[in-house]
Design a protein around this ligand. Sequence first.
Ligand SMILES: NC(=O)c1ccc[n+]([C@@H]2O[C@H](COP(=O)([O-])OP(=O)(O)OC[C@H]3O[C@@H](n4cnc5c(N)ncnc54)[C@H](O)[C@@H]3O)[C@@H](O)[C@H]2O)c1
Length: 429
Amino acid sequence: MKIAVIGTGYVGLSTGVGFASKGNEVICVDIDKKKVEQVNKGVSPIYEPLLSEHLKKVLKEKKLRATDNLHEAIGKSEIVFVSVGTPSKEDGSIDLKYIENVSKDIGRSLTNKGYKLIVVKSTVVPETTGKVVIPLLERYSGKKAGRDFGVCMNPEFLREGKAMEDFLNPDRIVIGGIDKKSGNILERLYENFDSKILRTDLKTAEMIKYASNAFLAIKISFSNEIGNVCKRLGIDVYDVMKGVGLDKRISPHFLRAGAGYGGSCFPKDVDALVRKAKDLKYEPRLLEEVQDLNRRQKVGMVDLLERKIGDLKGKEICVLGLAFKPDTDDIRGASSVEILSKLTEKGAKVRAYDPKAEGNTRRIFPDVDYTENVKDAIKGSDACLIVTEWEEFRKLEDKDFKKMRSKIIIEGRKILDPTKVTGFEGICW
Ligand SMILES: NC(=O)c1ccc[n+]([C@@H]2O[C@H](COP(=O)([O-])OP(=O)(O)OC[C@H]3O[C@@H](n4cnc5c(N)ncnc54)[C@H](O)[C@@H]3O)[C@@H](O)[C@H]2O)c1
């Protein structure tokens, strides 16, 4: 099928490359000309395992190209995916400015081009597709949704770091349709995917995405809460969660206690759901507590550090790991951002190392001293905080910490091997 994907970020690029590698003809659209150029040259603008290889392959097969010309891309496509960003406003509510702009642009391009299916893939709070996207599409095209063009909401569940793998083999494909015809067209596009398909209406599809992310955020926060109690009792929360996760009703996933969840999705999506609930005059207390606990958990490493070494002013602190999780360069919502803010606010001299996320972090914290490797970050430091579970940090041994001024090691993810490293402390173990 002929597809346009509007917004070539983590989701849009994975979607475009994914559908192209399934044999479709894809045009990726972005307003960022540099991204368009990079994609056409086979250079992925983001670090994501397997994405570059797949991108190069589909470019060679001429199954994908990128452009900043939305009008042309829509003209040549049967299905148009919207995968622009949906960040948070100051008050935590969803910022729909990119969705609104793109809906208007698509509307303008829909005139006299035959029937097309518009698919919202961005994460949007329930009612957005029905009450914001469709009215704008109709107003700017002069056409009627359902009659002249189709509309679906198709949330994306991929994980950064595993984007290609997840896109091509999703646990489920949720298709919310304005009508049967729209859903059928999208279902046909997914027919060579070996995944369960769930058909719903638009707002149910939107809510499935939020409920999934909120549930995972709750699961992590639950483990953190139990971990905080376990630490006071001298119990290893990882042993506890191993026992808990063996229960089929619970599953072992997302039970790893640590320095809080981050990323471009969980924090902003929980915030947006909280605001939506409040707009509907409902107080979502469980979700609010989860947000609060997560904020405390993120800076808990700095609190623990202060309890160990006192005033941080002038102290040299090494931070290992900046990305919100390994195998990505994304620092949106990352625990490292809160930790670096708090450390610098308290006058600490921060040295940081991350194999992929230095560039993105440098934009927010230009004054941090970034090193090329772990060794240089650790050397001469008064304390070391391990914030992201990059594989290379798992291999650290006592000898690697020898050049520290004082051996204070706090880990926010349980990765150090106690048979190889001594004298470290975990945030909640
Ligand atoms: N990142 C994830 O892991 C993930 C997973 C599932 C769902 N989502 C959701 O998917 C959506 C996109 O997320 P992302 O992380 O890919 O965002 P992103 O910020 O990486 O990418 C968005 C892209 O859209 C482009 N854009 C903005 N306005 C445009 C316009 N008018 N025309 C063309 N391009 C435009 C931007 O330049 C940018 O490249 C969000 O709603 C997010 O919540 C993200």
